[in-house]
Structures are given as C-alpha cells and as structure tokens.
Design a protein around this ligand. Sequence first.
Ligand code: BTN
Length: 320
Amino acid sequence: MDSTLKVLAILKNSKNKFVSGENIAKELKVSRVAVYKIIKKLIQEGYKIEKHKKLGYKLIGSPFSPEDLLKKTKFLKEVVFLKKTTSTMELAKDILAKNPYSEQVLIIAEEQTSGKGRIERKWFSPKGGLYFSLIVKPNVLPYEVFMLNYVFSLSVAETIKDLYNVRVFTKWPNDVVDAYHRKICGILLEIDSEIDKVNYCIVGVGINVNINSKFFSKHKLKAISLSQIVGKNLDMTEFTVELFKRIEKNYKLFEEKKFDILTSRWVSHSSTIGRTIKVQTFTQTIKGTAVGISSKTGALIIKTPYGLKEVLSGDCIHLR
Ligand code: BTN
C-alpha cells in the first residue's frame, strides 16, 4: 500500500478522532514533514481534514467516489460524474440525444449553475448537496410513472432512517422534509412517452446533504441540510451508495407494479396524510383533509365537503 493510502486508512480507522502527526509518522516510518505533505495532497484531492496544532489530524469528509457507487450497486450501468454543470437534467437529455439506448445511466454533479425545480422554479445547487438525474425506461403505463415520486422520496426517507436513525417525512407529491416542514429533498420527473408506452423518464433528485444553514437563510429558503439534522458532516459516497441500494429495491417493486406496498410505506413516512391541506393544480384549488394515496394511480385522495377528490399533481400546502 502506498503511503497516501496508509495515511488515509489510519485517519479512517480513527473514526472521528484526532491522530497526531507524530503517531502517523511512527507507524509509516517516515518524517512528520512527509506526513504533512501527504495530508496536503489528500486535501487537494478533496478530503476534508481538520488540523489541530496539538492533537494532529481528523478526517471529516471524503470526496465523492463514482467508482465506489458503480461497484457497490448493481442497478446502475454507468455513472457520469461532474464537479460542476448547468443542470443534470439537461445533461441527461444530451446523453439520450447521442445514445437513445441509454438506460439506468446516472448523471451526478457536485454543483449546478442552473438547477431546475418543479413548475419552472429554480433549484439552488451549491456545493455540499447531492444532485443527480437518472435515466430509466420502465415497462409501465405512462400515468403510472407518477409512482416514481414515491419510489424516490420513500428511498430517501428510508436511507436517512437506516443510516442516521433520524425521522424525516415524505410530503406530497415529491418532497422530503423535517419535522418543521423544512425541505431536505425535491424530485423532478421528466417523461417522454407515447399514449401507451414510456420511451424514457428522467428522475431528477436534489438532496441537501452538507449545505451550511447560512446558505438557506441568505436565500430565504425554507430548507435544511441533513448534516444539520444529524449534527455532523456526512460522507457523500456512503449516503449515495446506501440510497441507491434502497432505490434498487423500491424500483423493483415499482416495475413489478406492487404499488400498494410502495404507497403504504410512503404513507407510513408521510406528513401529509391526515392533515388539512390546500392543493393548487393548474386548473383548481382543492381544500380538505388528505386521507390517502390511490395505489392504482398514485393520486392523493382528499376528503372535501363535496365528497372525495383525487389529484395527480399540484402544489400542496399543509394548513393544520
Ligand atoms: C423540486 O422540488 O422542485 C424538484 C427539485 C429537483 C432538483 C434536482 S437537482 C438534480 C436535478 N437537476 C436539476 O436541474 N433538477 C433536479
């Protein structure tokens, strides 16, 4: 093993504790200056290492590793990783234009300069977030593609619970929020289909993983980063790998059309069901109590003074 990898292994094994330069130097049988140079190189490669005059070094963050993601998840056929791009949605479309057979290809970026949200909104995408678009070609009917909102938001909520033992909530139609309704994740679906066949679907997911809370207050966003909820900077590769393991399982249920399992699990994490809500669609405003999700169409079922109404998409505000 080369010296850089050895230093990295020592820092990783010391699990969030400082290791002195002297101890690393002793273990590697090199000088402290040599250790200092290796640490400098690791920082240039994207590792976040805290330095303390007396205590030494502590690893607090690793750069994203697309290789690890590809190795550890069977679901993905290709991973395209970029430090910076306009929008991964745009890139996914470029990839499809060049090769229409692209499938289960993931485009992931550290930063986006023109991130897109739902309903022509902007998606702020500074460094520290996880931004990706996944090209899928599910063998389902076009209207059933809506279920992908549940596949992805459920996967995000389940991964967060598994990894950090933190409860977050799925909010209809496609958000993950904390207990104070601050947004952690948003999902954008773009679909190309015939009347009875899906040509492709691009699933865009933005997750606030390690973004400083000052960013949200500066831009007056009702959002929060996972790192703030968990109380430490999170390992982006670990989070992404675990997330894709979940996505793989839940996507399988989706392709097998086990929508009842997906929607009932989504409901068990939901902050929408049981609440008084107002849904704004392109054509109407519906007020009532959210009572469930149709496992056939994925529509939100709302109890109103005029009876039960089903809505497939819209902006949802929790009133009580
Ligand atoms: C929303 O809640 O409005 C959906 C936000 C979706 C943002 C993601 S980030 C990765 C992908 N690229 C984009 O430009 N948008 C989606």
